[in-house]
Write a protein of this length. Structure first.
Length: 186
């Protein structure tokens, strides 16, 4: 069973209870032994959400990172400061594996909502890098488009006049002991 431990205003741990207890105990000892993952994770301390794993698939990372791949290491982060910035990389065992993972990710990305289709996938030897950067205006427009509302640019060009209801407005209240009730607003 997964649990959450809030260590400070800046650090929240998520994991199995025994692993959380061990991590907290290590943090309180006089001779702390830091995991190499913590050193890698420190790089993402200012981001809003990050995941660092020493391999993929990883039971915990897989809950947050929907990447179906085998990797020797994974790091990724999302920041909402000044728009949307996503960066991630994973390390494979060979350049051929990296190319296969990149092709698989590109196919997956093509089926995502339009804003996510902007994710760039690049291969560098045995690493696969993913990145996405949106300005605040682009991010807001993408959110509005995905919610079915017009994007910001369209709203500025084509303002919709406020619609007036035809006839009186009626409020219907259901679930009353005396049965449904209607209130007509003029």
């Amino acid at each position: 069973m997964l649990s959450i431990a809030r260590l400070s205003d800046d650090l929240i741990l998520l994991g199995h209870v025994k692993e959380l207890q061990d991590a907290i105990d290590r943090g309180q000892s006089d001779d702390p032994r830091y995991s190499p993952l913590l050193a890698r994770a420190a790089h993402y301390a200012k981001d809003d959400f990050w995941v660092v794993a020493d391999r993929l698939p990883d039971p915990l990372a897989s809950r947050f990172v929907p990447i179906e791949a085998e990797a020797e290491a994974f790091e990724g982060s999302i920041s909402l400061q000044g728009g949307l910035r996503l960066s991630a990389w994973l390390k494979t065992s060979s350049p051929d594996d990296a190319a296969d993972v990149a092709d698989s990710l590109k196919q997956t990305i093509a089926s995502l909502p339009p804003v996510a289709q902007e994710i760039q996938v690049k291969v560098d030897q045995t690493s696969v890098n993913l990145s996405l950067g949106l300005t605040p205006v682009q991010f807001l427009a993408a959110l509005r488009t995905s919610s079915g509302r017009a994007p910001v640019a369209e709203m500025a060009v084509k303002p919709e006049p406020p619609s007036k209801p035809a006839g009186p407005q009626v409020i219907r209240i259901y679930g009353l002991d005396d049965g449904p009730r209607q209130i007509v607003l003029r």
